[in-house]
Design a protein around this ligand. Structure first.
Ligand SMILES: C[S@@+](CC[C@H](N)C(=O)[O-])C[C@H]1O[C@@H](n2cnc3c(N)ncnc32)[C@H](O)[C@@H]1O
Length: 265
């Protein structure tokens, strides 16, 4: 471990709000996660902020695959301008250094455009896919198709930046997937949409019951095009007491707040 390695997830650069850190933990290690089987996949890992949390929930028999361009060329001019504009300081070495500050072994790294991910991950093998690579419509549309192909029955996909002002292509691809490609939303946060291609009711019911019992979660339910959709936000009064009590009953809460840096040796 090098001197400048991060000590907490907060020190890892990236875009991964505390609400989504906690929800990833619920989906991966809460009641629904405990029942699900399969590998984990992240399309777009940058410097590891969300991948480190995914690795926290990896079971011994599972594989976490991350796919990113790192220093490789982007497949299209628009994608090239996107990555040069937003991720210029990204290196594969930087990702690996950050990840290994928290975990014994690196994940499986696919350094390639996400359009090639189906050459590396077999259909129907994953329980959780985080789509967070290019935010341009054509790429996100393709990534959503890949997520559908690799997810096992009951698997969960998370779409980043489905509603941000600067990412209209993600919004278009996300709602297109809902209306024409069978994606069933479970919940949304300020930054991410969580969905499945199977029956969303067990996930939604479990999440609703879990969030209702917790003072530090805000929840609202809306009907969207004939289906219930949960809106969720984590509002801890303080992250300090949460660290002391995290993970007691349901797996969620064992996310970033409880994520220790790996000790040397
Ligand atoms: C928003 S960042 C990922 C953030 C990360 N998940 C986190 O929570 O910190 C997007 C990443 O996608 C990568 N990326 C962009 N276009 C890509 C493409 N076509 N194929 C693979 N990776 C791509 C970028 O290099 C960047 O690291």
């Amino acid at each position: 471990m090098t001197e400048d390695a991060p000590r907490t997830l907060d020190e890892v650069p990236g875009w991964f709000p505390i609400t989504d850190q906690e929800l990833f933990s619920w989906f991966l290690a809460g009641p629904a996660g405990a029942a699900s089987r399969g590998d984990l996949l992240e399309l777009g890992c940058y410097l590891g902020k969300s991948a480190i949390l995914l690795g926290r929930h990896l079971r011994p028999e599972e594989t976490l695959t991350v796919c990113d361009l790192f220093e490789s060329p982007a497949p299209t001019a628009a994608n090239d301008s996107e990555v040069k504009g937003s991720y210029a300081s990204l290196t594969r070495a930087g990702f690996t250094r950050n990840y290994l500050a928290f975990h014994e072994r690196p994940p499986r790294i696919v350094q390639a455009p996400t359009g090639e991910i189906l050459d590396h991950v077999r259909p129907g093998t994953c329980r959780f896919v985080h789509v967070d690579a290019s935010h341009l419509y054509e790429h996100v549309r393709s990534d959503i198709g890949a997520a559908r192909a690799v997810l096992a029955p009951g698997g969960v996909v998370v779409l980043d930046d489905y509603r941000a002002e600067h990412t209209p292509g993600v919004a278009a691809a996300a709602w297109e997937a809902v209306f024409t490609r069978g994606l069933r939303p479970v919940c949304v946060t300020g930054q991410k949409l969580y969905g499945t291609w199977d029956d969303p009711a067990p996930l939604r019911d479990g999440l609703r019951a879990w969030a209702r019992g917790r003072e530090d979660w805000w929840m609202e339910e809306q009907d969207v095009a004939g289906a219930p959709l949960l809106r969720l936000m984590f509002r801890p009064r303080s992250r300090v007491p949460r660290q002391a009590t995290a993970g007691a009953d349901h797996g969620a809460g064992a996310g970033a707040a409880a994520l220790p840096r790996r000790t040397a040796g």
